[in-house]
Design a protein around this ligand. Structure first.
Ligand code: BES
Ligand code: ZN
Ligand code: ZN
Length: 479
């Protein structure tokens, strides 16, 4: 989607109003005003008026109890509006904010862009299926240039993340993921370096190498960096993303008929942190950021790792494998250990880690856990609300650590049927020695049906929350 400020409105017009009195700006006739009043009494939120060669959409903004609820209402309204516009074969629209909420047009446009995403690469008739609406304009009172740029870059990043998630394994192998990250690095202005198999072996990344053993293709370990001269953090913030480009479960093969259907999306964490780096680079955020992506498939090949194997991880910790499907924590553990070399101020990981997280919250929220200060925790939760990518924190009580203690090694990679999301988090915690927050995005990263402004497939859920957090990072009162 392309956004622009226009001096004179173009295409269809959408007026954002709170009540009928806001209509004076829309230049309606008496009859039209009466019509609108009647429609609104009947509960209409979007009221359409036909002019000769364009339509006027009147969008009634309902103020909710909390600002974040009003914001979400606007994004959803945007999704509905973009649907109607594509049905009309509209190519452009101008948004005019007549409400008292300065951010209203931007939020509406955000919902429109997020809902307008399509992944047509593999459709033979892709061109025909393409949404007609490609341009959203604002009148100059309705958005600032800075907000416009932010909106453009963030929605572009959501598209990039979704593209990566939607690519099947046949295209997006671990090496291809590294290449795609390099391309985004060039476009987005961040540095990218990829370690190949030989280097990963030399470093003894035992977790990543074990998961890769069932695959014919090599693993990769990609390091991204955004280091502006004006960074407000002295020590870097490190992002880590799970990059399992396909999860068959390995020899502990995923059981039921369709449990593998969406497992190309097991690199959603990797895509998400790449998207965050893209925005950081494009908007030149004043933060020193590093992102790490350990990537491989998880397959039951001839030489695959087996339950019973004892791995020596990159950190030196030994791990008894009891389920090869609990592979995410193994590759993440090596990346979390790698992060120590930066003496980071904060480490944030994103991973489609457990079915337990998906079962607990469904597709409506992220489970997080970690050891950060209350001030940082609060910032994350607030960002979650503001972007409506909400968070629920789970505890990392020490008793849960007992569940992953092994009789034969330091740790085992599964903790039994109870508290699955937490025991996975406890496993990761073992490899950290810095302030750290873990986000389990298993339930939210992929939709099997379109919902509001998230179409079928990869959602990039969590990206806007993370960016909101990073953009407010400096404002944090020191805790
Ligand atoms: N990639 C899966 C988690 C997942 C499940 C993501 C559903 C998205 C949707 C992960 O690697 C996995 O298989 N986890 C196992 C761990 C278990 C064996 C301890 C799980 O949650 O079942
Ligand atoms: Zn798995
Ligand atoms: Zn997995």
């Amino acid at each position: 989607m392309f956004f622009k400020i226009q001096k004179t409105p173009r295409g269809h017009l959408a007026f954002l109003i709170q009540n009928i009195s806001g209509l004076s700006d829309a230049g309606l006739s008496k009859e039209e005003t009466l019509f609108v009043e009647k429609q609104q009494k009947n509960g209409g939120k979007i009221i359409t008026l036909n002019r000769f060669d364009y339509q006027i959409f009147l969008l009634f903004l309902e103020e909710k109890k909390a600002a974040y609820q009003t914001a979400e209402m606007l994004r959803k309204l945007g999704a509905t509006l973009q649907n109607s516009l594509n049905k009309l074969k509209a190519e452009e629209i101008t948004l005019i904010n007549c409400s008292s909420l300065p951010a209203a047009a931007g939020l509406l446009a955000e919902g429109m862009a997020l809902a307008g995403y399509q992944f047509l690469k593999y459709k033979s008739e892709g061109k025909k299926l393409r949404n007609t609406l490609q341009n959203i304009y604002f009148d100059k009172q309705s958005i600032t240039l800075k907000e416009l740029r932010k909106l453009q870059v963030i929605t572009d990043a959501v598209y990039q993340v979704r593209n990566l998630v939607n690519e099947p394994l046949q295209f997006l192998t671990a090496e291809q993921l590294a290449r795609e990250i390099a391309i985004l690095g060039k476009e987005g202005c961040f540095r990218v370096q990829t370690l190949g198999k030989a280097k990963i072996e030399q470093l003894n990344m035992g977790g990543l190498l074990a998961v890769n053993r069932g695959s014919l293709l090599p693993p990769t370990f990609t390091i991204m960096e955004h280091r502006p001269a004006h960074a407000i953090n002295k020590k870097p913030i490190v992002l880590v993303g799970k990059g399992i480009v396909y999860d068959t479960g390995g020899l502990s093969l995923k059981p039921t008929a369709n449990s593998m259907d969406r497992m190309k999306s097991d690199m959603s964490g990797a895509a998400l942190v790449t998207g965050a780096m893209y925005v950081a680079g494009q908007l030149d955020l004043p933060l020193h950021l590093i992102a790490l992506v350990p990537a491989t498939e998880n397959r039951p090949g001839a030489n695959a790792y087996v339950p019973g194997d004892i791995l020596k991880m990159y950190s030196g910790t030994t791990v008894e494998v009891l389920n090869t499907d609990a592979e995410g924590r193994l590759v993440l553990a090596d990346a979390l250990h790698y992060a120590k070399k930066y003496q980071p101020e904060l480490v944030i990981d994103f991973a489609t880690l457990t079915g337990a997280a998906a079962n607990a919250l469904g597709d409506t929220g992220i489970i997080c856990m970690g050891n950060v200060t209350d001030a940082i925790r609060k910032q994350f939760l607030e960002s979650g609300y503001r972007q409506y990518e909400r968070l629920v924190e789970y505890p990392l009580w020490e008793e849960y650590g007992d569940l992953i203690r092994s009789d034969i090694a330091d740790l085992k990679n599964v903790g039994g049927p109870a508290a699955g999301a937490i025991t996975a988090g406890k496993f990761l915690e073992h490899f950290t020695d810095y302030p750290w927050m873990h986000f389990d995005i298993a339930g939210v990263s992929y939709h099997t049906a379109s919902k509001d402004y998230r179409p079928y497939g990869g959602t990039a859920y969590g990206l806007r929350m993370l960016l909101d957090f990073l953009m407010h990072y400096g404002e944090r009162p020191e805790a």
